[in-house]
Design a protein around this ligand. Structure first.
Ligand SMILES: *Cc1c(COP(=O)(O)O)cnc(C)c1O
Length: 369
């Protein structure tokens, strides 16, 4: 039986290294609640991400949801539907109204030229997504946010370790949130972080991840439980030591895909962005069936027949989820709708072999008519 190839495979530090890292826990019995591993990992992340402040969470979603809560927002939030469920849910679960803006055709991030038309007197924030690690128009968003007094919360789940004009990507907006889920470029098994500048916001985040507890006899917010535990922090410490080589291996696999697929009629690959140091998180491919001769669905099915499981990230759009009972008009984001029906994310991870990349490319090219 041939090996199944999934869209990703979690990077994991050597077992001996992890065992060594968690040994202390048997001595100090500190398993969670901001113990020594939590604090050490937080400090190392500050360094790696090159940010002023970082707060750790149990997952990326809670980092995002509690960041929105910490900003005390009310009304409408401008965001995009071409993302993972988490982005939209973080808004809706805070009783805010998502207002969906369309995306750019070339990098799939929020189309900044369409934001101002969506602003009303109820608009309070923008939640843009650095989708696939493609960085949003940061200056454009900052300009609009300043002009209208809006908060900006970046969903940076895909952008771990990236830099823009030499600055860590967590430095932008009021908050930038990362995910350390097992499927991401960098993982802590499950985990997440919020980077911010305002110290008061930091205090709010710290309290919100621990039920809103301010002191032994005071609970001043309706918080959640979203603290990163010591075992996850320990995994973070180990995986962070290997992140450079992991990203480098991803880069090599990505380059092989580009060698094989670049310039093929009807296939569009993700384009490198100016001033951005990428992390090779994903390998999205856009199919134009009129030129390629086969649809995204055909390619997906053909790969599946060969035990290769590409993913239709991001299909369906979040504004079409049955959870929302048709509350949003998907025709207001036509480009996102089109992209979601034509894009396929190919397997990409550090241990992916060149042979497998070749096999995947052969299958894809074999679909071409
Ligand atoms: C993974 C992801 C999240 C949520 O992160 P978790 O750690 O899985 O909770 C949020 N937004 C996007 C775009 C993601 O891909």
């Amino acid at each position: 039986m041939q090996e199944k190839i999934f869209v990703t495979q979690s990077s994991i530090a050597p077992l001996a290294e992890y065992i060594n890292e968690i040994k202390d826990i048997w001595d100090n019995h500190h398993m969670t609640n901001m113990g020594p591993k939590h604090i050490k990992f937080q400090n190392e992340l500050l360094n790696y991400l090159n940010v002023e402040n970082v707060e750790l969470f149990t997952n990326g979603h809670m980092a995002l949801e509690l960041s929105v809560q910490a900003l005390n927002l009310q009304g409408e939030v401008i965001t995009t539907p071409f993302t993972f469920a988490s982005t939209t849910h973080a808004i809706v679960r805070n009783n805010l109204e998502p207002v969906f803006c369309d995306i750019n055709e070339d990098d799939y991030t929020i189309d900044v030229s369409k934001i101002e038309k969506l602003i009303t007197d109820k608009t309070c924030a923008i939640v843009p997504v650095h989708v696939y690690g493609n960085i949003c128009d940061i200056e454009g968003i900052e300009y609009i946010a300043k002009k209208y007094g809006l908060k900006v919360i970046y969903d940076a789940a895909h952008a771990f370790g990236e830099t823009y004009k030499g600055q860590g990507i967590g430095n932008f907006g009021d908050v930038s949130c990362f995910s350390f889920h097992a499927t991401k470029v960098f993982n802590t098994i499950e985990g997440g972080a919020a980077c911010y500048k305002n110290k008061q916001l930091g205090n709010a985040l710290y309290e919100l991840k621990n039920f809103g507890i301010h002191g032994p006899e005071e609970v001043r917010a309706v918080g959640a439980n979203a603290k990163m535990n010591e075992f996850c922090a320990a995994m973070g410490l180990c995986n962070l030591r290997h992140i450079k080589e992991e990203i480098d291996k991803r880069k090599k696999a990505a380059e092989r895909y580009y060698e094989r697929l670049e310039g093929i009629k009807g296939i569009r690959l993700n384009v490198a962005q100016k001033d951005v140091e990428p992390n090779y998180a994903y390998l999205p491919v856009l199919f134009d069936e009129r030129q390629f001769g086969a649809t995204r669905e055909t390619v997906f099915a053909e790969l599946e027949k060969n035990d290769i499981y590409a993913r239709k990230y991001f299909y369906p759009l979040t504004n079409t989820f049955s959870a929302f009972n048709g509350r949003y008009d998907v025709l207001k984001t036509p480009i996102a709708l089109h992209i979601s029906k034509h894009i396929l994310t190919l397997p990409l991870y550090a241990e992916l072999s060149m042979d497998t990349v070749d096999k995947i490319c052969d299958i894809i090219l074999g679909c071409k008519v």
